[in-house]
Design a protein around this ligand. Structure first.
Ligand code: ISL
Length: 631
């Protein structure tokens, strides 16, 4: 269903002012991103002087650092997204995924059943009782399709085949049945911004100049790369093939699909329907906001490139046909199966987020935005201490602003990020307290929690000591790029280590036996032996473990609907404390968390304690938390 009349933001022109851009939904998101990257406050653009500047004056006022082309890009981009997010949409009936707890599995590292050192589907099936006992309602599996594994399955060779190392289609069918028998659901990863260069479509396109598959990708001729866009995994986003070039925003084996070509979109819809027909309950859609590229593939702005770390993003992170293609896929493939769709949308702010997930627009159900994962001015590869005060402000604003119409996701970790505990405070003495604090925050705010495998144990980063131990294409390419620019091995390795995705990709520690009980063979990526300290078997029988805190909190969500579907209200609190209440059906639950490593006094709340960590009389210890059913 699509609303008949949509209110539109005024057209932006070069004569528009910064104030008008700030008023524009996407303009507001873009300016907020720029400010965050620069570590500046909104006052930097909302002050009377700056807000009255016209876009067309920016090149002159910036002495040419802001180009004319950039002004044109901004104007074009904002005019492509003029819909104003509705403030309140008539309350839609509650959906199963709103009160569900999701658990993300990185199949390669979860459980190996056959001793080849690689996790597999039968391994996952063997751990379903553990997940059910934890209280998980739905699994999201990172890709399990046939792939040459240049990016661990995010480079798909055949969407309808299973990666041989992971098992067979019969195994997947058994997994679906086993999950459904337990009342659990399965969400798969849908990677359709790109395919592997080994996908049949790309191979046929390369082999035959007349092939209908040539329009499935971005091929361009020329002596030099068609534009200055950079890949997220280092270097140019263009790969040379004889006389021509093909676009890859990620690794040189992940070729971008051309979504402007309708037959390609139809094949994607067909494939999605095929999987949903097998009983899959929905998809997590990989970098789905990148699918619509500015058709002219214009040069990326160097200033934005320097600011964001990648050149060209402004031409595809919110492309001209994004809403249209998502709505079409939703109608054609998702709606007939009532399947859930969770978009992975890097760089998307709350206004665009609302347009993408407002229930009346029929695009996506939820999105993953990543802006809360680094504090302003930092990137993943900076070694710094994450400030939980930023998380509080960011999530609080997002919950209030966005929560009225749309449904948020709640997550700290996934397979692309180091462990959150390590980012905040790597002191081993605080690991358990921090693990529980994150659990309380994630399981009691409004939204759907996505727990990443091992997070429920309070896992921390891995003490890798050499680049030879890393397997991730992003880490390896970055290492090579920085080494080639002349930096020392020590400096480069330290940088790569700060942000490496391999921290979260080491095998799941099941017990204290060799390799944590993950495999009887040699793991494809080895950890640092921490499984001897933290593993599922030991944590299960330790009443004070992070794992048991997750179990208790998830169980509370089942007993108290206020924690899932209830409204949310933030309360004023002492410095360092964060406090909110959830309310529904006459039940009011107060959550108080200490965001610092020093104890804080908290007044006693009358009611019954549902959960406490680090609480001692009227004090909450370092990173302590308390959940009270207020009487
Ligand atoms: O580009 C980024 C900045 O480093 C990342 O946040 C990037 O957008 C994100 O890693 C996209 O991730 C997804 O698509 C990639 C894949 O490697 C990731 O594992 C996947 O989660 C390409 O398919």
């Amino acid at each position: 269903m699509r609303r008949a009349s949509v209110s539109k933001a005024p057209l932006i022109t070069p004569a528009s002012t910064i104030a008008e851009v700030w008023q524009h939904p996407l303009g507001n998101d873009v300016l907020a991103t720029i400010l965050r990257q620069l570590g500046r406050s909104p006052a930097w653009v909302t002050n009377p002087f700056v807000s009255s500047i016209r876009l067309r004056s920016l090149p002159r006022l910036s002495f040419g650092r802001v180009s004319e082309a950039f002004v044109e890009t901004i104007v074009r981009m904002l005019n492509n997204h003029r819909d104003i997010p509705a403030r309140v949409v008539a309350e839609a009936p509650a959906q199963w995924w709103q009160s569900a707890v999701f658990y993300q599995i990185y199949p390669r590292s979860f459980m190996d059943s056959d001793g080849d050192g690689v996790g597999d589907i039968p391994g996952i099936i063997s751990k379903l009782d553990y997940l059910q006992d934890l209280g998980v309602d739905a699994l999201w599996l990172s890709p399990i399709y046939d792939s040459p594994n240049d990016d661990n399955g995010y480079d798909i060779r055949d969407y309808r085949e299973i990666m041989r190392e992971f098992g067979t289609m019969a195994d997947v069918e058994r997994l679906i049945d086993e999950l459904h028998a337990r009342g659990m659901r399965l969400v798969m990863d849908l990677v359709v911004n790109h395919t592997s260069d080994e996908h049949e479509w790309f191979q046929r396109a390369l082999a035959d100049a007349e092939s209908p598959y040539r329009d499935y990708y971005f091929f361009r001729e020329g002596a030099t790369a068609p534009n200055n866009w950079t890949s997220f995994f280092s270097g140019s986003a263009w790969r040379r093939f004889d006389e021509e070039w093909a676009l890859h925003l990620f690794s040189s084996k992940q070729m971008d699909l051309n979504w402007d070509h309708e037959p390609m979109r139809r094949e994607v819809h067909d494939m999605v329907r095929w999987w949903l027909g097998k009983g899959v309950d929905g998809f997590r859609l990989d970098v789905i906001n990148y699918i619509s590229k500015d058709p002219g593939l214009p040069e990326g702005d160097p200033l934005i490139g320097a600011l964001m770390g990648y050149t060209g993003v402004e031409h595809y992170f919110a492309g001209p046909h994004l809403h249209e293609y998502l709505h079409e896929m939703r109608t054609e493939a998702f709606d007939p199966f009532e399947a859930v769709s969770i978009g992975e949308t890097p760089g998307v702010g709350s206004n665009l987020g609302k347009l993408l997930t407002s229930p009346d627009r029929g695009e996506l159900d939820m999105i993953f935005s990543f802006d809360h994962l680094e504090t302003p001015g930092h990137t993943r590869f900076d070694d710094y201490h994450y400030d939980l005060g930023y998380l509080r402000d960011w999530w609080q604003n997002w919950q209030l602003d966005y929560g009225a119409t749309c449904w948020p996701t709640l997550f700290f970790e996934n397979h692309d990020n180091p462990r959150m505990i390590s980012k905040i405070n790597p002191d081993p003495a605080l690991r358990v307290a921090l693990g529980k604090l994150l659990a309380v925050i994630q399981l009691t705010l409004r939204g759907t929690p996505f727990i990443y495998q091992g997070q429920e144990l309070g896992l921390v980063n891995v003490a890798f000591t050499s680049i030879d131990q890393l397997r991730d294409v992003e880490s390896i390419n970055l290492y090579r790029e920085l080494r080639a620019s002349g930096e020392s091995d020590t400096a480069v390795f330290a940088k790569v280590l700060a942000g490496s995705r391999d921290h979260s990709r080491t095998p799941m520690p099941w017990d204290s036996s060799p390799h944590g009980g993950f495999t009887t063979g040699t793991p494809w990526l080895d950890g640092d032996g921490d499984f001897a300290n933290v593993n599922v078997a030991d944590a299960s029988v330790d009443p004070s473990s992070v794992l048991n805190a997750y179990r208790e909190l998830i169980a509370l969500r089942r007993t108290h609907r206020a924690l899932t579907l209830g409204g949310i209200r933030f309360l004023p609190a002492a410095t360092g404390l964060w406090c909110w209440e959830r309310e529904r059906d006459g039940e009011r639950i107060r959550i108080e968390v200490n965001l610092t490593d020093a104890p804080i006094s908290v007044p006693v709340v009358s009611g019954s304690h549902l959960f406490a960590s680090g609480e001692n009389g009227g004090r909450l210890g370092a990173y302590g938390a308390r959940v009270t059913l207020v009487s």
